[in-house]
Design a protein around this ligand. Structure first.
Ligand SMILES: [Zn+2]
Length: 301
């Protein structure tokens, strides 16, 4: 298969620059079919940037949903429930979340109002977590599914005692924290993409999309190398993207780039079964942003 040839070549390239420590597990694994895996997580759901425009809110979410279904890619969408509370549109907006669950796709809590932990009073942050689960938990439980995942807004997980206190709070509410290992900062392209489309400038939009797809490749390469350096193997990656119009129109192309690197797509639950995510000594806050630096500290201690 083409994708496997791509994988092998890239593995050799990364081996050439890797430490002796990482050689053994990769070589051992080469007897079997090489297989990379990634879980996609999509934040700021159901549709950031749609504002009060119900039609655009519905269109963005439906297009994203359809891409995941067409591509047979599992996904966990992290919702800011504040987006559901637009006067006169609440039922229609909640229906969008219901449709997502009915399609077999998962949900997580991203706080009600996308509150940044760093600098916030802890009790206010906790309130925002609780307020952020009201609709999602009810809709999931109607399908006999738990609300299990939490993602920090801005990946701001803080550090030290504050980070530990929040982790304790989240554990008590039965949340598991979703880390990020691959981030190509899709959001940094999204508003320009939208602007070019509105202006009818398809050439600029195409050029920007090409940059996005190069960023996808580079971000995966970085995380693969980091994982090999630290662990001696490639852990199941967790990709962060966002619920915006650019992804609603183009995410299938990014998925193709990822497939061409030899990836198969797994659920967040599956990815998180890798023991690297439970490495003893991971500093508090490591499952927000900066997973690899937390891992590095844990392995060095
Ligand atoms: Zn976010």
């Amino acid at each position: 298969m083409n994708s496997h040839r791509t994988f092998s070549r890239r593995t050799l390239v990364s081996l050439a620059g890797a430490s002796a420590f990482s050689l053994k597990p990769v070589l051992l694994g080469s007897d079997a079919e090489p297989q990379r895996s990634v879980a996609i997580t999509i934040d700021d759901g159901p549709a950031s940037g749609a504002g009060d425009d119900l039609n655009s809110f519905q269109t963005i979410s439906a297009a994203l949903r359809q891409i995941f279904l067409d591509e047979s890619v599992p996904v966990t969408m992290f919702v800011n429930e504040r987006q559901l509370h637009v006067s006169g549109q609440r039922d229609a907006r909640i229906k969008v979340v219901e449709d997502w669950i009915a399609a077999g796709l998962d949900l997580g809590n991203h706080t009600f109002s996308h509150r940044r932990l760093r600098g916030a009073a802890l009790d206010e942050f906790f309130d925002d977590v609780i307020k952020g689960e009201v609709v999602s938990r009810q809709l999931l439980s109607a399908q006999r599914k738990p609300l299990r995942w939490f993602r920090y807004p801005y990946l701001s997980s803080d550090e030290g005692k504050r980070a530990a206190a929040v982790e304790e709070f989240l554990t008590q509410r039965d949340y598991a924290i979703a880390p990020v290992t691959v981030d190509y900062k899709d959001y940094s392209f999204a508003s320009n993409y939208q602007r070019f489309l509105r202006a009818g400038d398809t050439q600029q939009a195409e050029e920007l999309l090409a940059s996005v797809l190069r960023a996808v490749d580079n971000a995966f390469e970085y995380s693969e190398t980091k994982s090999n350096e630290l662990l001696g193997y490639e852990l199941p990656q967790v990709l962060l993207i966002h619920c915006n119009q650019m992804n609603a129109l183009t995410l299938n192309k990014a998925i193709e780039v990822i497939r061409n690197r030899g990836y198969r797509f797994v659920s967040l639950d599956q990815a998180m079964q890798d023991p690297a995510y439970r490495t003893p000594g991971l500093p508090p806050g490591s499952l927000g942003g900066g997973f690899f630096s937390g891992l590095q500290q844990a392995l060095a201690s």
